[in-house]
Design a protein. Structure first.
Lengths: 325, 325
């Protein structure tokens, strides 16, 4: 009545993962791998499970009696057809939970767990930042004079780290809600970026050629006339109800691109403009299609990329880290 | 840009889990805990995620070019409201994969992985066998003269191990498709059971007071007149299309009980009789309701319990093992 135990999984602690992600070539490799991941995704080679969500309605809360309770745990699973691995990611966060996460790499040929990556959520941060860089590379204007950043959190830092891989521009116009956090980030970046600060988001629309939005807003922060050419990379809106752009601004774009057509309707930045019928789903392309060669017009003045984060990105980054061990 | 790493999970290797499950009091404790689990489940205290299934249609196969490919990986997750833990179980099997599995115990209050139980699937075997014993305890006839077993695999052995906890009867009538396997099991059991073998399944219906069916059949094996009083515990049918009883036999029962009303319609033994309209869902009770006190008639001649396996059982057994470490 005993089973065989052929092989035990590799448990990879956080410091080892962090070390791998700090390798000089990691960022550029991840950008290339994520770009290929989007191509696989949009060509139907990715097998995506429905997300399991625990702790959020209609389920019971994980912790009782917490004011403004917002915790949830998501289990995201999938695999590329014919790849060596499938990946299960568990991510938790929201008040009162501290953000944490791990990625599990399994063999497709045996079904067995090969590695447990105790990444504490940084691999999700990195694959998200890499998606921003992929968008900048394939959708950005040929000349970038100034980059705008909305938000001053961890993801803002990662986005800037990855943008450096795909643009020479080091002019940064920074906006954030909390003055101290803006100053703190400005100080942190001063050796690598020429940082200006603004209190008016619309100044970004007038002065920048790339804007990245990384807040957790649920109301439109960006609205107004656009000078252009401009690419807005929308990162913050990754679940139902979140948004950073006005639907008027979205409707001004002459090119709309998302990571996943399915997700953009439900949980991405475009959910609102689609629902208000200000843009049509048929006019939204997936980034993987664009990379794969469906032509983009050269005369785009306003391009908007909506990233809500797809599980293929988790697969790509988990595989990269595992194979670097 | 670095995250904190508060605590690393406990990795529990197979031998340690096996040792815990061989403790003298483990089986009886698990039976009690599984009974309580069914009560929690039927009273709406269990939060159940939709199952993630990889490798089975409509998804791409995990392994290419295998004749009679039948592999799949299932991710089952859930938690009891107000409990300390939530559990994610990953189970893989089906040609050409060897059966394997693991259970992950997370803290509800932090969202963090506390323990990874590398159980190779035995905890699923045990929680399934414990459900059979719970059914025998709460639904079985007051006097048991003979127990019938259909099937000669691992689960048949575990069912008998657990039945010993809830009945004094040691008379066993054994049926299996493969003669050598029947003889092998008979030999294995001879010190603890008086084993008779039959080639006619209907003999079990005539001679036994409890029958457990543990085959992987997709056709009715059991059919014919019932002497009674008899409880049939149906274990084998746990997915769409599987079955071990004729729908005529099911329709003869004066008491139908299942683990989950939802699952029995889709993937349990009752799926066929329900679809053929030979029994009505309204006449099927959940085991948790029965344990919790909804009266059962004393004059039952044929009672059938349909177990397709619910995630609460995984939560219960994972928690028990974790707390025994």
């Amino acid at each position: 009545m005993s089973s065989s135990t052929t092989g035990t999984p590799q448990i990879v602690p956080f410091p080892e993962i962090e070390r791998i992600t700090q390798d000089a070539s990691f960022d550029s490799k991840l950008i290339d791998a994520i770009a290929q991941g989007f191509v696989d995704f949009s060509s139907g080679k990715f097998n995506l499970c429905p997300v399991q969500t625990m702790g959020a309605p209609p389920m019971a809360p994980l912790v009782e009696g917490v004011e403004d309770y917002a915790a949830q745990v998501c289990v995201k699973s999938g695999y590329v057809t014919g790849d060596a691995y499938f990946v299960i990611k568990v991510a938790s966060g929201g008040r009162p939970l501290q953000n944490s996460g791990l990625m599990q790499v399994y063999s497709q040929s045996t079904g067995r767990l090969e590695a447990l990556l105790l990444d504490e959520g940084i691999l999700t941060e990195l694959r998200t930042a890499a998606a921003g860089a992929v968008a900048a590379k394939f959708l950005g204007p040929s000349t970038v004079k100034c980059i705008g950043m909305m938000g001053t959190g961890i993801q803002a830092r990662y986005q800037l780290r990855y943008l450096k891989q795909v643009t020479e521009c080091r002019e940064l116009l920074l906006w954030g809600r909390t003055k101290e956090k803006v100053e703190e980030l400005k100080e942190e970046l001063k050796d690598e970026w020429n940082v200006r600060v603004t209190e008016a988001p619309q100044e970004l629309l007038e002065s920048c050629n790339i804007i990245v939005t990384t807040t957790c807003a649920r109301e439109a922060l960006l609205d107004g006339p656009v000078t252009g050419p401009l690419l807005i990379i929308c990162i913050g809106a990754d679940s139902v109800g979140k948004r950073e752009l006005s639907t008027d601004l979205v409707s001004k774009a002459d090119c709309l691109v998302c990571d996943s057509n399915l997700q953009t309707q439900e949980r991405g930045e475009f959910q609102h403009a689609l629902r208000e019928n200000k843009v049509k789903l048929a006019s939204v392309q997936e980034l993987g299609q664009v990379i794969n060669g469906t032509g983009l017009s050269n005369n785009r003045n306003l391009t908007i990329f909506d990233s809500s984060g797809v599980a293929i990105q988790d697969c790509v980054v988990a595989k990269m880290v595992y194979e670097s061990l």
